[in-house]
Design a protein around this ligand. Sequence first.
Ligand code: SOE
Length: 403
Amino acid sequence: MGQPQQSDGSEGAKPPLRVGMVGYAFMGAAHSQGWRTVGHVFDLPRRPVLAAICGRDAAAVRAAAVRHGWAAAETDWRALIARDDVDLVDICTPGDSHAEIALAALAAGKHVLCEKPLANTVAEAEVMAMAAQAAYEQGQLTMVGFNYRRVPATALARRMVAEGRLGTLRHVRVTYLQDWLVDPGFPLTWRLRKERAGSGSLGDLGAHIVDLAQYLAGERLAGVSALTETFVRERPLPGGPTAGLSADSSAVGTGQVTVDDAAVFTGRFISGALASFEATRYATGRKNALRIELNGERGSLAFDLERLNELRYHDGTEPAAHAGFRRILVTESDHPYLDAWWPPGHGLGYEHTFVHQARDLVHAIAEGRRPEPSFADGLQVQRVLAAVEESAEKNSVYTPIAV
Ligand code: SOE
């Protein structure tokens, strides 16, 4: 039975891994929780230290440092990177600054964890992946924060696919649905501007499901056919009717949405298996609904983030008379990550994916192993997203993924 591991007093003797984080909003809070918790739950080879957090607003970043347990606060990410007491830079900013911060951190000799999507463009992601390769040769490691790989149930699904329990894969079906843009009065935040976010639902939600589908399938997509849409093209500016009027606003106090609201696409895996994807912020009533199903010749697996301690499995080799989908309660100590948590039946949640992400990265760094997903994996996802955009521009023409 798994039990939280108690400190035996030797924690202080472990070499520290001193983290500096850039960004303190939703993802910054989630990553902070991961770093803060991981050493109290898992027996790690190095002791994570929350050295410094960075954000532009001095008062807000100081408050975030206190709330999330960071020892120091900086207002300039260059100063954070220059600190001698930072070994690893964790980037939790909007996509338009990922490349610049990651490249500077690598040049300064730091390890880097970067939130998804890796970058806003393929060109940026290419430079980042090249820099990561060069840094690896100097002993620095890099990872992308695709946290949904680290739900115990999705990690178990990966293990079962790798064990051959599905046989030859035929279908992968994935949807990632939210509804926070349904109201046309919702303001024009950075996530709705291409220059900040790169794309809309596609980069934010589509990046997750492309990564998860390829991770679970154990193979990459070869090409896609896509439709994208922006349902509401003009929205109120965030600060109210007169704030920061932009050059492209046609009506007073509003601005243009320059990203997709939804992306629907089909894909073909290299093996010939077929996939379908839907990423939207307009699925009324769906808050953060990520579902994936894989069908193979020997069986099927289904995961629903709203029931994240469960995995559904159908063993197609069982006699039809009593075969059927069964529910695996993913809380056993021999399930991924669960040997360090609670006794069976006591479930985990969303935040634990960030604890597991930190755990895997600390192990990789201590052991000098390349963590996954790598920047090269992040680049490949970026290429899939670019192929989706290209296909959508050409009215769904099948578009091969660049290699
Ligand atoms: C978007 O709404 C978002 O916060 C994503 O950016 C996260 O990556 C996802 O996990 C939850 O939704």
